[in-house]
Design a protein around this ligand. Structure first.
Ligand SMILES: Cc1cc2nc3c(=O)[nH]c(=O)nc-3n(C[C@H](O)[C@H](O)[C@H](O)COP(=O)(O)O)c2cc1C
Length: 195
């Protein structure tokens, strides 16, 4: 199982990336799971410009292919103005519509306070639902008080372990690609489609 972490933070030393890594590390005892963390800020992916996903090249191509090839995900973003970052959204704009179909996703977010924890439900989860992914009902949210003294609070580490368990359990239980009816096909830019 290829379990890919995706961090939408533009910051170095990102707390969001640390939490996602904590979730990935919680699977370390399972020999058949390969983990990797993709940080959108250093990924080299360009801004989505409306061309079809197959037309991107270079580092952007590699990022798209890496996401498509993964079997399951732990995705997270810092709260920026009550939502995910622009960098996080850009990655998802680059992907083919079926990149995550029927795959399992664990959701993570960080913020400066508790004010925006529900953005996990009304921002991150609907974005993943668009891709017809299965999101784990429980999520990890941490804010300033959970990172005091440079350490992640024990309650947050426990939440990360629980999220890891459920991502793995659901991935093993679900046959990839089984996600019910598809949405109508969305043509991105009719003038830029290949003939
Ligand atoms: C531009 C900007 C907007 C932010 N907006 C919010 C916000 O709306 N709600 C919140 O709780 N925190 C907000 N924050 C704080 C970050 O979400 C918080 O510091 C987060 O843990 C940073 O994560 P990172 O270290 O992974 O980048 C904002 C920070 C920045 C830089």
């Amino acid at each position: 199982m290829r379990l890919l972490g995706i961090s939408g933070s533009p910051s170095r030393g990102s707390r969001t990336s640390r939490l996602i890594q904590e979730v990935l590390d919680a699977t370390a005892q399972q020999a058949d799971i390969e983990t990797e963390l993709l940080e959108v800020a250093s990924s080299g992916a360009i801004l989505c410009d409306g061309r079809p996903p197959e037309a991107y090249e270079g580092e952007t191509r590699q990022v798209i292919d890496k996401v498509v090839a993964a079997d399951a995900y732990v995705v997270g973003s810092p709260m920026y103005r009550g939502s995910y970052t622009g960098a996080f959204k850009n990655l998802f704009d680059l992907l083919p519509n079926d990149a995550l179909t029927g795959k399992v996703v664990g959701l993570v977010a960080t913020g400066g306070s508790d004010h925006h924890f529900l953005a996990l439900e009304h921002q991150l989860r609907p974005l993943l639902s668009f891709f017809r992914a299965y999101t784990v009902p429980g999520t990890v949210y941490a804010q300033n008080v959970h990172f005091t003294g440079g350490e992640i609070a024990e309650e947050t580490r426990r939440a990360c372990r629980l999220l890891a368990e459920e991502v793995v359990r659901l991935t093993r239980a679900i046959s990839e690609g089984q996600a019910g009816p598809a949405y109508p096909v969305i043509v991105r830019r009719p003038d830029q489609q290949k003939p």
